[in-house]
Design a protein around this ligand. Structure first.
Ligand code: ATP
Ligand code: MG
Length: 381
């Protein structure tokens, strides 16, 4: 990572006040990025509110890093504008944008102690010694690394190094923090801890806007206020995290964000005032949240594996029948695969009946209307 990646505006108090006053929302306004003739971001319009964590997720090559680099100032849009707060930053160099950035291979300077790594951006800005000392202490304390200031990166674990990289990005007091797969080099256990730490960090710095690029949906679901799902250089869906998960607007979102069973149905009754529609799958009449479907529309009923139960509780008023194909025990969860009229349906159960049915038997499955939603049948976005 170059020095420019984590240098913000100059850090006198006056300038800091100016930056805070300028706001920390990020606005992509019809941003197009092309490498040669290859357009990799189609007009991208997206808002990140001040203090929000937006997770940008999507398959490899979908344009996530490119979008982040456009905010950072490392790629220039062919057209469109990028604003941070009230400032149009499209023509500003990276170091004038008031950003902190952390990338996958945290790239600490190996020959510098932790404290010097964290001080680097401030020194590049010519901040005075007392201010640097104070900021380095603060930034290291924020990421729980205060006692490691004198160590060299090689004396730290991967997770600790990444915390230092985050401290380095924070030391310049950025208004926006850009994180590009910051945890992907770490193993699963450390990654889970780091996700919790980033959540804590954000609670302690509530005004900080975070653009978090990942292709790990668990990180996105855990951390983000909102999620933007990218597909082929376009935003395929964007919304509050829980809403996008609970009511995915299209098939790609349903399948990319968590696991989804998508049962083909025909709408029998459009959504009433409470937002629930009914739909038929064979003989079964099923109820789920609608999104403006009309009677007779072909649609898909989205049911998450953990919302299907082999036992009917009072709220489980929907019932389908499938033939049990596979059972995979995984300790905390048991995964079942059933065939429901040719559609494979997955169930993730924490509780199972004492006697599990044999593969080949017909099994009823129950689920609640509130856990179920309809989405358009088309294969595209
Ligand atoms: N410097 C470059 N020159 C030419 N093409 C590039 C360059 N950087 C990225 N691309 C192309 O732009 C597209 C988007 O790449 P980008 O790095 O934004 O994807 P991504 O969503 O971050 O993927 P990943 O999850 O693998 O990191 C890809 O098709 C990629 O090959
Ligand atoms: Mg990337």
């Amino acid at each position: 990572m170059s020095a420019a990646a984590f240098t913000g505006p100059s850090v006198t108090d006056i300038d800091a006040a100016k930056v805070r006053g300028a706001g920390s929302n990020v606005h992509f306004d019809k941003v197009v990025v092309a490498y040669g003739a290859h357009v990799v971001l189609h007009p991208l319009t997206l808002d990140i509110a001040p203090g929000e964590i937006l997770a940008m997720i999507g398959p490899s090559g979908s344009g996530k890093t490119t979008a982040l680099r456009a905010v950072a100032g490392f790629v220039r849009p062919a057209s469109g504008r990028i604003r941070i707060g009230a400032t149009d930053v499209t023509d500003l160099p990276p170091y004038e944008r008031g950003l902190g950035m952390v990338v996958q291979n945290y790239a600490l300077f190996p020959h510098m102690r932790v404290e010097d790594n964290v001080a680097f951006g401030l020194r590049a800005q010519g901040a005075d010694k007392a201010l640097i000392g104070e900021r380095v202490k603060d930034a290291l304390a924020t990421v729980g690394m205060a006692t490691f200031a004198r160590r060299y990166p090689r004396e730290l674990s991967g997770g600790q190094q990444q915390r230092v990289a985050i401290a380095r990005a924070l030391a310049v007091r950025p208004r926006v923090l850009l994180l590009d797969e910051p945890l992907s080099a770490l193993d699963a256990q450390i990654r889970r801890n780091m996700v919790e730490e980033i959540a804590r960090l954000h609670r302690s710095l509530p005004g900080l806007t975070i653009l978090y690029v990942t292709h790990d949906q668990t990180e996105a679901l855990t951390l983000a206020d909102k999620i933007a799902i990218m597909r082929d250089g376009r935003v395929c869906s964007h919304g509050p995290t829980t809403e996008l998960y609970r009511r995915p607007p299209n098939r790609f979102t349903a399948e990319f964000l968590g696991r989804a069973n998508l049962l083909p149905v025909t709408v029998a009754e459009a959504a009433g005032p409470k937002g629930f529609a009914t739909a038929r799958h064979g003989d079964a009449v099923l109820t789920g949240a609608g999104r403006g479907e009309k009677v007779g529309d072909k649609s898909l009923l989205c049911i998450r594996p953990q919302h299907l139960s082999l036992t009917a509780d009072s709220e489980h008023t929907n019932r389908i029948v499938g033939t049990l194909r596979e059972v995979h025990w995984q300790g905390e969860l048991t995964h079942l695969v059933l065939d429901v009229d040719g559609t494979p349906v997955r169930v993730s159960a924490t509780k199972l009946p004492m006697a599990l049915p044999e593969p080949g038997t017909e099994v009823p499955l129950f689920f609640a209307p509130a856990d179920t939603s309809l989405l358009p049948e088309d294969a595209g976005v």
